[in-house]
Design a binder for this molecule. Structure first.
Ligand SMILES: [Zn+2]
Length: 77
């Protein structure tokens, strides 16, 4: 039986599907019995999804904003 600490240590590999079958089963067994780790994994999964959803390119609005700020700073001089 996996301990909570071991589960946390394996969690990112688990979410990335990097564990072998036996490790994955051990994680699933633990999750079936441990509410706190279930919640932890759910939060990890959620934050991973949010990170992946972020655009890889710069955000146009941000570029526009920083251009405007630079312009203001120039005018203030
Ligand atoms: Zn646990």
């Amino acid at each position: 039986m996996l301990s909570c600490k071991e589960l946390v240590a394996n969690s990112s590999d688990f979410l990335d599907s990097q564990l072998n079958l036996r490790q994955r089963l051990a994680v699933r067994m633990h999750l079936a019995m441990c509410y706190r780790c279930r919640r932890f994994i759910r939060q990890m999964r959620l934050s991973q999804r949010v990170l992946r959803a972020l655009p890889e390119q710069a955000i146009p609005e941000l570029e526009e904003l920083s251009a405007r700020l630079a312009e203001q700073r120039r005018l203030q001089r």
